[in-house]
Design a binder for this molecule. Structure first.
Ligand SMILES: [Zn+2]
Length: 352
């Protein structure tokens, strides 16, 4: 495989299959259409071309990108209220809820945006460090007490074993080399430290039903698309142990995907209209819950993994089971499902 190779998987060097689906940039309306192919070996789906420059990637993020700003005035008050509700809910459910059972330590948030996650844990006595390529978002995160390094994870240097927890919260799908970043996380974690990941679930029924209109596809910003098995293989390849995967349902996924299917693009790209639209997604929650319960899967995929040998008491924490998989679309053996329907969508947090 060579740099810029469009035929091989950047995760495992296996051969990429033919185009699985394609989509334009429905969220921000950028030019072009973007194809996605799945690796026949490790099962990850890749936005083509697999290798793009940092400058190309940066061009896909407008200044209005939700994770980079904090609104002011009345919108700011509404946004703060929404963030408070989101943190209240997120810290009471897996995977982040698990951290509230640990003594306060050092947390690294890779792709920290404006620092919502770090701010939650600073309030609980943690030391929060972030890595973020947006200078505007970095400036905001610093005002919230987070030590932020501007740039990508590859640009940052950390002492080995210096963190108790590393989090990729809706960020691993954005990076250009997920294996390299996972190995950096492994190096940054202390022995027995925890890695926590949340990404869109490419293996969910919404993606299969809506295809290129699936809200969480979000090309061209999302470069890699994981189902449970693909994420598990990437973590194993990066040296992690005690890997557990599970899913939850976002409030925004189903409603936004229906809107994409009917209108072809996001009709509410920002401002008050976006917030009203996001809030109105709660109307579809009963349907989302019902289908999630029937399908036993949600549109957000989570993983918890350990650096180093897993401790015996941590092998089967309550509430964790493997993610369901679909043999027709993924290459290896099946496992059971566990779905948690979350009132507050983790996938939505960075859009506000
Ligand atoms: Zn692969």
């Amino acid at each position: 495989m060579t740099s810029g190779d469009s035929t091989h998987c950047p995760v495992c060097a296996g051969a990429l299959g033919t185009q699985l689906l394609s989509s334009p940039d429905r969220l921000h309306g950028g030019p072009g259409s973007f194809s996605i192919a799945r690796c026949g070996s490790c099962g990850v789906a890749v936005t083509l071309p697999p290798a793009i420059s940092a400058a190309q990637l940066a061009a896909y993020y407008p200044n209005t990108y939700g994770a980079y700003s904090l609104p002011s005035g009345v919108l700011g008050l509404c946004s703060a209220l929404i963030r408070s509700l989101q943190s209240w809910q997120a810290l009471r459910t897996v995977p982040l809820g698990r951290l509230t059972e640990m003594p306060a330590g050092r947390l690294l948030d890779v792709g920290c945006g404006r620092g919502d996650l770090g701010a939650w844990f600073i309030q609980r006595g943690w030391k929060a460090v972030g890595v973020e390529p947006s200078s505007e978002a970095c400036a905001l995160a610093r005002t919230r007490g987070i030590e932020v390094l501007i740039g990508t994870f590859a640009d940052a240097e950390f002492e080995a074993g210096s963190f108790d927890v590393v989090v990729f919260r809706q960020s691993l799908e954005h990076v250009t080399d997920p294996i390299a970043d996972l190995r950096r996380a492994h190096l940054a974690l202390r022995d027995g430290g925890l890695l926590i990941i949340s990404v869109p679930n490419f293996g969910c029924w919404q993606r299969r039903r809506f295809g290129g209109h699936w809200f969480h596809l979000d090309v061209p910003r999302h470069r890699f698309h994981f189902d449970g098995d693909a994420l598990r293989r990437a973590l194993e390849r990066s040296g992690f142990t005690g890997i557990q995967t599970f899913t939850s349902s976002s409030t925004v996924g189903l409603a936004a995907s229906i809107q994409y299917m009917l209108a072809g693009r996001c009709l509410f790209p920002g401002g008050l209209r976006l917030r009203i639209a996001a809030a109105s997604c709660i109307l579809t929650l009963p349907l989302t819950w019902a289908v999630a319960r029937i399908s036993q899967e949600g549109d957000v995929l989570h993983a918890v993994a350990h650096q180093g040998a897993i401790r015996p008491t941590e092998t089967t924490p309550e509430g964790f089971t493997a993610v369901r998989r679909f043999p027709a679309e993924t290459p290896s053996a099946s496992s059971q499902a566990h779905t948690e329907t979350a009132l507050t969508p983790i996938a939505q947090l960075r859009q506000r």
